[in-house]
Design a protein around this ligand. Structure first.
Ligand code: ARG
Length: 281
């Protein structure tokens, strides 16, 4: 009787041990089983396609090549937008006119290049919510008699081909006027004016002001004409119909504007706070 009790006690101990061991084993297996099941969920953002962004990096302070790298307000902004939307991306210098073709044929996914959202461009491209307010400005050599846009009527005007500055020159002198000298980049248009090929350049205000500030020896003057130059708004540009990407990045643009990241980048590049109310049309 006594040995029976010991035996059953031993059996009880043995069973308990087996059960504890089994429980430990099970909990171990279940953690190891869960780990791989969790991995894909954690890595999901990395599964998004890496995006290609195109720009004409000859437009400081928006985009420029410095020490072999593309830098500028647009670059910092698109970096914040992509981070917000959870995309990796690569930015490429495409040039201005090729950028439009490359967005159309899909060799880049997005264009960011101080691109003004115009009615005409909206026929062929889709744009994000506006991220910058700009207007045209006139650049002339010191001593010029040009005081406003109308004064350019009998002048030779230099522009970057296919920009809103070009369109303003066409509006004044006629689409086919030979008095409009067209260049591949804005810095080339400005250099040509300084060399006497034209008498004025029309380009985006911030770019013109940046040029004047950085080139005190160039002897050029910037002229504003708010009555002739209406507000323009820059947007990210997409191939028409790419609605889901446009919506995702457009929402991200709005988020970085609303959460203060935009103001931070803006202040770094322009030295003062943006008026984000102006972006709400
Ligand atoms: N905002 C003007 C336009 O859309 C000029 C932009 C030129 N941008 C550049 N990166 N070159 O026509």
């Amino acid at each position: 009787m006594k040995s029976k009790t010991i035996k059953s006690f031993l059996l009880f101990l043995a069973l308990t041990f087996v059960m504890i061991a089994a429980a430990c084993g099970q909990s171990q297996t279940s953690t190891t089983e869960e780990a791989p099941a969790n991995e894909p969920a954690e890595q999901e953002p990395a599964a998004k396609k890496k995006l290609l962004v195109g720009t004409d990096a000859a437009y400081p302070p928006f985009e420029n090549i410095e020490a072999g790298e593309i830098v500028g307000f647009d670059v910092d902004l698109i970096t914040a937008v992509m981070e917000q939307a959870g995309y990796e991306f690569e930015i490429q210098h495409t040039g201005w006119e090729p950028l439009f073709q490359m967005v159309t044929n899909g060799s880049v996914d997005v264009g960011i290049s101080a691109i003004t959202i115009t009615e005409d461009r909206q026929k062929t491209y889709d744009f994000s919510t506006p991220y910058f307010e700009a207007s045209q400005m006139i650049l002339v050599p010191e001593g010029s008699d040009v005081k406003n846009y109308q004064d350019l009527k009998d002048k030779v005007i230099g522009v970057q081909n296919g920009t809103t500055g070009d369109f303003k020159a066409q509006e004044l002198l006629g689409e086919k006027s030979t008095d409009i000298k067209k260049y591949e980049t804005t810095p080339l248009a400005i250099m040509a004016m300084i060399n006497g090929e034209s008498e004025a350049v029309i380009a985006d205000n911030v770019v013109v002001q940046e040029y004047v500030a950085n080139n005190p020896d160039a002897k050029v003057v910037a002229i504003e004409d708010p009555d002739s130059f209406e507000s323009e708004y820059y947007g990210l540009m997409f191939k028409k119909g790419n609605d889901s990407l446009r919506e995702e990045l457009s929402t991200a643009v709005q988020t970085v504007i609303d959460n203060g990241k935009y103001a931070e980048i803006y202040k770094q590049w322009f030295g003062y706070e943006p008026d984000i109310e102006k972006l709400k049309q």
